[in-house]
Every structure is written in structure tokens, then in C-alpha cells.
Design a protein around this ligand. Structure first.
Ligand SMILES: [Ca+2]
Ligand SMILES: [Ca+2]
Length: 238
């Protein structure tokens, strides 16, 4: 079979993804809540790219999301399991919802990607500080203590080392009661050129449900971009 450039790109992408996945250790189960956690090394992704990438990962049928650290116990589990040096510098699932009624700088409007209540906080000393007026995303700081820093949506500025994924049953992260994120989901049939897009909540999507016509053998690309309460970023897959 003669591969088109699109086929080759997809094949290379698939190999790269497989290597990236197999390079990671197995996710670790937290017996306190039954959720699994792992670290993904990728210094190139900004927060929104990492947030989208985390949702494309699965473990034992559980869908991933950037970790929402909602208690001291969960925080301690991560630090004890992975170690201070390995959790430092990673994106976690907090962001500042600038449309929220309680938004103010630097400490108002903070939210978790899961929609869980923002109560437990582990800010580094002097943080959040909204440095430069553009720090609306959350990382574990690369300091002696693995505490939190607000930082721009920029991997280079954040000196990011990657991100932390939490896996749990999708009904815990996809229900209307807890998931407030709205995503722009765009599907393109690369074979026919047809494109469909919609703004959707939830945590998994199907290009067929968007009305895209797909025949056997067609190549389809899905892009997930933040809207409204989640800033822009993108991830793509087949
Ligand atoms: Ca801010
Ligand atoms: Ca800061």
C-alpha cells in the first residue's frame, strides 16, 4: 500500500505515542479513594495542552484528567508515592476561572478541572501572586517544598517537567454536577475534508455523534480546544 503524507504522519504519531506510553511506569493506586495516579514527562506542553492530553489517557478503563488535589491526604499520597523531586515542576488541574463570580486577583476564581470544590490549598509562600497579571494556571513549584505556584499558560516560563494525571471512574468526572468545563470539539475527516464542531461538556466524545460522515479506512482527526471557562489549547489524535 502506498502511504500518503497524511498516512505517514499518522503512523509516525502512533509510534511516538506508543513509545511515550511504554516509557512511563504503571499508574499507582491510592487505597483511600481507589483513584490511580501517574506522572507524564513532557516539558513541551503548556497547561491547556497538558489538560487535554491527560483526558486522552486511560488506565483500567478509568479516564485521566490533570490531578485535582482536594485534600491534605491526597497531597501527601502524591508526595510520598512519587517523591518531592519528581512532582516538582509539573502541571496540576487547577486554573483560574476569570468568568467566575468570585474571580479576583490573585486568589479568587480558582477551580479544579473536575469541578470539585476549591477548598484545600497548598500555596508556596507569597503565592499566588499573579505575577505580570497573567498567572492563571497551577503548577507544583520546583522549590524545596512541593507547594503550589500560579504561573502563565507557558511551559517554558513554568520550567515545566510534565504533568500529573489522576484516573477515576468517568461518572465522577463527567457528571453535570461536577464537570463544569466546556470544550470545543472539532472533528475533521482528512480523507473527505468534511469538518464538524460543537461546544460540549463531558470527558469523552465521538466524531460520529457530531454528524461527521466516516467510511471504513478514512482518516479522522479530533481536536479539543478550551472555551469559556477553560483557556485555549489543543490536542489531536486519530
Ligand atoms: Ca492570576
Ligand atoms: Ca506565581
Amino acid at each position: 500500500m502506498r502511504l500518503t503524507s497524511v498516512d505517514r504522519a499518522a503512523a509516525i504519531c502512533t509510534v511516538a505515542l506508543a513509545l511515550a506510553v511504554t516509557a512511563q511506569a504503571a499508574p499507582v493506586r491510592n487505597p483511600a479513594n481507589g483513584h490511580y495516579y501517574d506522572l507524564v514527562d513532557n516539558s513541551a506542553l503548556n497547561w491547556t495542552q497538558a489538560a487535554a492530553a491527560a483526558r486522552t489517557r486511560y488506565h483500567r478503563g478509568f479516564q485521566g484528567h490533570l490531578v485535582a488535589i482536594t485534600s491534605a491526604e491526597e497531597d501527601a499520597f502524591l508526595i510520598d508515592t512519587f517523591g518531592v523531586s519528581r512532582v516538582a515542576g509539573r502541571w496540576i488541574g487547577g486554573f483560574q476561572n476569570v468568568n467566575a463570580s468570585d474571580y479576583s486577583e490573585p486568589a479568587g476564581g480558582w477551580s479544579w478541572v473536575t469541578g470539585e470544590p476549591w477548598s484545600y490549598q497548598h500555596w508556596a509562600e507569597g503565592e499566588p501572586n499573579d505575577f505580570g497579571g497573567v498567572e492563571h494556571w497551577l503548577q507544583i513549584w520546583d522549590a524545596a517544598s512541593p507547594s503550589w505556584n500560579d504561573i502563565p499558560d507557558n511551559a517554558e516560563v513554568a520550567h515545566s517537567t510534565g504533568y500529573i494525571v489522576e484516573y477515576e471512574r468517568s461518572n465522577n468526572i463527567g457528571g453535570s454536577t461536577v464537570n463544569t468545563a466546556i470544550w470545543r470539539v472539532r472533528c475533521q475527516n482528512l480523507t473527505t475534508g468534511e469538518t464538524k464542531q460543537a461546544n460540549l461538556s463531558g470527558t469523552s466524545w465521538d466524531c460520529g455523534a457530531l454528524g461527521l460522515s466516516v467510511s471504513r479506512g478514512d482518516h479522522v482527526k479530533m481536536e479539543i480546544t478550551g472555551t469559556a471557562n477553560v483557556p485555549s489549547g489543543r490536542a489531536s489524535g486519530k
